[in-house]
Design a protein around this ligand. Structure first.
Ligand code: FAD
Ligand code: MLT
Ligand code: ZN
Length: 476
């Protein structure tokens, strides 16, 4: 035990240790350290102990013990979240509960196209389990090697296949959840149709662990794509992104699974900070689209559709160049540029990050309006606007000018955020498209969601968690 053990009522830690056993109880500060800071290094927390339960019964007993002691519980998955939602506060009465030991696939029913897995399953492991059964689990994001399905559902993660398959919410059929008082809700039904009252599962999706702890999920699977074609296209200009998407969607029989926007700066950043990246095109262009088509029949039609639609776009002048990956290695290089961007940004140093969405067709307008507005308050700063433009979701980041005083630059975070979010709101968009609220965007939630919406959220929170012990101080 350590000094901050005194922050929780006497006897609680012993009770928790008895519930989860020695393998499930960590009180050593060094061992907990990686779990107490977030990926971007914005938040640091402190707790007397981290629990690693191995079963739903252990989660339930631990939650009950904390509820009885009036101690908050912070659920944590792979700790890849970008808004500080999985990091406990420092100096508060909280216990961290990480789900990583609950990583079993309980059932894979290929005939039903469903997989039922525990919350601590790493997303990539789940994808692999589906593939081994000749099925496809489409949720895919740069952090898939370490994020957990429980974290993905709790953040309603998006990623690169939303255009075709939807967000995490669209993939969930049923959930098992430990409620804030320690009762277990078994909602692990695998039904495609179930109109029996309120859709309770959706309350917990995107709730960032504030309403309960997801311990298992029943998820939809899909036919496995047997043909994949990947391309990198240089756009005439930013507006051409939307024109290109229309050409691809109209001419491909709905084969477009990913459509991501990348500016030149994204390539430069990855070339500078990540190993073995190859510049995809011979000449420099301002804007690019990374495109993936997938098909479930291996007859060459998917690749042919990509070639034909890109040819049309070239003829129309929508794109000025394109490279179609001729091997898995070339496709991987393209995806490494896209998926490695968050990491490259961390290496590059401070930047002000936003994750907004607007109607798909208005994304170029959003970027131009935000760029123009920010020039006035952050002259010389460069924008790095990239991401899931096919979903209207732009990761709009502002990077300091070379040689800038970083502290002074970062001090503009709130002013910059207000400008970006005001424009987003004027365009009927969202100030957090996929990363959530956590600690980082709580003020924005109150400012940009209506008073009635916030009141309904608070009512829900109070009715499920009257003591306010489930991930306290997050979201609301
Ligand atoms: P954590 O970060 O551990 O937790 C996130 C939230 O969920 C916290 O509120 C936590 O309390 C809660 N939580 C975790 N597990 C549970 C549980 N079992 N029950 C209840 N609450 C729980 N996000 C996207 O949406 N799309 C992207 O494309 C994307 N790309 C990324 C790329 C990189 C390189 C990185 C670092 C992050 C990216 N993210 C992306 C953000 C992040 O990966 C996602 O939010 C992811 O879903 C978080 O999963 P996690 O297991 O790491 O959750
Ligand atoms: C991504 O799409 O790469 C992410 O959501 C992470 C980020 O915005 O950096
Ligand atoms: Zn993203």
């Amino acid at each position: 035990m350590n000094d901050i053990a005194s922050a929780v009522p006497a006897g609680l830690l012993e009770r928790l240790r008895a519930i989860v056993g020695p393998k499930g109880f960590v009180a050593d500060q060094d061992a907990m350290a990686p779990h107490l800071k977030d990926w971007r290094g914005l938040y640091r927390g402190a707790v007397p102990a981290m629990l690693l339960p191995a079963s739903t019964a252990e989660v339930a007993a631990a939650v009950k013990a904390c509820a009885e002691a009036g101690v908050g519980i912070v659920p944590q998955g792979g700790n890849t979240g970008l808004v500080g939602a999985a990091i406990p506060h420092a100096g508060r009465n909280e216990i961290l509960l990480n789900l990583k030991r609950m990583n079993r696939v309980r059932l894979l029913d290929a005939a039903d196209y469903t997989i039922t897995a525990e919350a601590g399953c790493i997303l990539a492991d789940l994808q692999n389990a589906a593939e081994a059964a000749d099925r496809f689990f489409p949720l895919s994001l740069g952090a898939e090697g370490s994020c957990q399905i429980g974290g993905n559902l709790s953040t309603n993660a998006g990623g690169i296949n939303v255009l075709r398959y939807g967000n995490a919410r669209e993939l969930v059929l049923g959930l098992e959840v430990v409620l804030p008082d320690g009762r277990v809700w078994d909602g692990l039904r695998r039904l495609r149709k179930d109109n029996t009252g309120y859709a309770l599962k959706h309350l917990f999706v995107g709730a960032e662990g504030t309403l309960g702890i997801i311990t298992a999920a029943a998820l939809r699977l899909f036919p496995r794509p047997l043909e994949t074609a990947t391309a990198f296209a240089a756009l005439r200009d930013l507006d051409a992104a939307i024109e290109l998407l229309a050409i691809l969607r109209a001419g491909s029989g709905d084969s477009v699974s990913s459509f991501e926007l990348l500016p030149r700066m994204a390539i430069e950043l990855c070339l500078r900070h990540l190993p073995n990246i190859v510049d995809p095109l011979p000449a420099r262009h301002d804007w690019h689209a990374l495109i993936e088509f997938t098909g479930t029949v291996a007859d060459g039609r998917t690749k042919a559709a990509l070639e034909a639609t890109l040819e049309t776009a070239l003829e129309k002048g929508t794109i000025v160049d394109a490279a179609i990956a001729q091997s898995e290695a070339q496709a991987n290089n393209l995806w490494r540029i896209r998926d490695g961007l968050t990491e490259a940004q961390v290496h590059a140093g401070a930047n002000i990050k936003h994750d907004v969405s607007v109607p798909v067709s208005r994304t170029p307008e959003f970027i131009k309006r935000a760029d123009a507005a920010l020039k006035k308050i952050a002259p010389g700063a460069e924008t790095l606007a990239f991401g899931h433009i096919g979903d209207g979701n732009i990761h709009y980041n502002l990077c300091p000018p070379p040689g800038a005083d970083l502290a002074a630059f970062m001090a503009k975070t709130d002013r910059v955020g207000a400008i970006v979010y005001d424009i987003t709101a004027e365009m009927e968009g969202s100030f957090s498209a996929e990363h959530g609220i956590g600690q980082l965007r709580r003020a924005a939630l109150v400012k940009y969601r209506s008073a009635l919406e916030v009141e309904m959220m608070r009512t829900l929170k109070r009715s499920l968690d009257p003591k306010g012990l489930m991930n306290p101080g997050k979201v609301l």
